[in-house]
Each structure stands twice: as structure tokens, then as C-alpha cells.
Design a protein around this ligand. Structure first.
Ligand code: CU
Length: 81
């Protein structure tokens, strides 16, 4: 399973997050989408066999009316050089 993180702008309440999760979860290859309205982040768990691209997910979020940009993983720290 792969996990992608996005920063989403334009959300103002819990139902915004639910709209985004519904839109993303309709994409083939998406296992689960979790949006935290408070932090403005969407976490998407993907099937590794045929996952949608980052652009597919951003497009689905855009269709729901929000702007998403790829974010570095929230739960990993940058590797040391
Ligand atoms: Cu809302």
C-alpha cells in the first residue's frame, strides 16, 4: 500500500472534507481518503497494483471544488544527507 499526502486549500467545514474524501475514493485504486479539515491535509491510501497518479487525485479534488498540492509525508522526517 502506498500513502500520499496533499495540502488542500478552500475547505471551511467538516462536510468539505467529506466531499473531498468521496471524490477521491471514487477513483479506481484508492483504498481510503482521509481529510483533516483542521490541518488542511488529505491522506490517500492507494492500492499498489494499479494506483491513480498524483495528478488524478489532484484533478478529483479540483472537481470537488478545492485546490490540492502534493505534500511531503506528514509522518516522516526528511532523510539526512
Ligand atoms: Cu464546507
Amino acid at each position: 500500500m502506498t500513502r500520499l499526502h496533499f495540502i488542500v486549500t478552500g475547505m471551511h467545514c467538516t462536510s468539505c472534507g467529506l466531499l473531498i474524501d468521496d471524490a477521491v475514493e471514487e477513483l479506481p485504486g484508492v483504498i481510503r481518503s482521509t481529510t483533516d479539515v483542521r490541518t488542511g491535509r488529505t491522506t490517500v491510501d492507494l492500492d499498489t497494483t494499479n494506483p491513480p497518479s498524483e495528478q488524478d487525485i489532484i484533478a478529483a479534488i479540483a472537481q470537488a471544488g478545492y485546490t490540492a498540492t502534493p505534500a511531503l509525508s506528514a509522518d516522516t522526517t526528511p532523510a539526512h544527507p
